[in-house]
Design a protein around this ligand. Structure first.
Ligand SMILES: Nc1ncnc2c1ncn2[C@@H]1O[C@H](COP(=O)(O)OP(=O)(O)OP(=O)(O)O)[C@@H](O)[C@H]1O
Length: 266
């Protein structure tokens, strides 16, 4: 198996080229069983898009990968780190993981640079009144440079365009120097034309930084553009795993079945 093999994941085997391996993962939220026995490996250095209809468990899967939700059964293994049901590996996994958000979760009255620095907030005392350490400021400037926004570092975030705000959100994730980048609909508030323009840039940024990326994407078109691999969920189960060019009409009908319309009776 090469690092770029897209054959179905061997969930019981941890391959060195996998960044995360889920085996028989069941997740419950409140009274509902949401994910049912997920077997899935996420290849290192690749972009995986999670797609599926509303309510199938996409956000739940991302929160589970993040370590925010603990499965009621099954395991999540991070090669060279450990299993996420152990507190030590879980802490290390969370340190290596960054998240990008749909609304970018930026503070408008702060500068772009200060918003990026917030990505490091957990690395200093929460009540610190001291200025950010020079090393952190240098890292934040580097992250802004990485997304092509260094020239806007001191601009108030409220004056930035939608695409620029999205880049600040990505820089705030990058400043943590993560191995794993997770996103729940990170491009939802960016104009589709802009997403098309940014996708090549995003892909080369991911390759430059050696990131493993998992994104929930509502737009299939965006998933095809951005991802190396698509995971389609149906009712909390994996219904498709493969490269975008294999996500054909049959797969699309399986992952996005037409709603069954009730036939009115007299
Ligand atoms: N905090 C919660 N407590 C109880 N049930 C929840 C909670 N969050 C989500 N659920 C339920 O879990 C199921 C899956 O939700 P989830 O948000 O993972 O789906 P999704 O595929 O991301 O949906 P969407 O595309 O609409 O965002 C849904 O039935 C939802 O109602």
């Amino acid at each position: 198996m090469t690092p770029f093999d897209d054959s179905p994941p061997m969930a019981s085997t941890t391959h060195p080229a996998d960044a995360l391996v889920l085996t028989g993962v069941h997740v419950r939220r409140g009274d509902s069983a949401v994910l049912h026995g997920i077997d899935l490996a996420f290849p290192a250095g690749r972009i995986t898009a999670i797609v599926g209809r509303s309510g199938v468990g996409k956000s739940t899967l991302i929160a589970t990968l993040n370590g925010l939700i603990r499965p009621e059964a099954g395991t999540i293994a991070v090669p060279n780190v450990g299993r996420l049901d152990d507190p030590g590996p879980l802490r290390e996994h969370r340190r290596r993981t960054a998240t990008i958000f749909q609304d970018h979760a930026l503070i408008d009255r702060l500068s772009a640079l200060d918003n990026v620095l917030l990505g490091l907030a957990d690395q200093r005392h929460p009540l610190s009144l001291l200025p950010w350490p020079e090393e952190f400021r240098r890292r934040a400037a580097q992250a802004l440079d990485e997304v092509g926004l260094l020239h806007r570092a001191n601009a108030r975030t409220s004056t930035l365009s939608g695409g620029e705000r999205q880049r600040v959100g990505v820089a705030r994730a990058l400043v943590r120097r993560p191995n794993l980048l997770l996103g729940d609909e990170p491009f939802a508030s960016v104009d589709p034309t802009l997403v098309r323009q940014m996708s090549a840039e995003f892909r080369s940024l991911v390759a430059r930084n050696g990131l493993t990326v998992v994104l929930v994407l509502h737009q299939l078109e965006t998933a095809r553009l951005l991802a190396d691999r698509i995971v389609g969920l149906v009712e909390g189960r994996v219904g498709f795993v493969g490269p975008p060019d294999q996500f054909n009409a049959e797969a699309e009908a399986r992952i996005f079945p037409s709603p069954v319309l009730a036939v009115p009776t007299e």
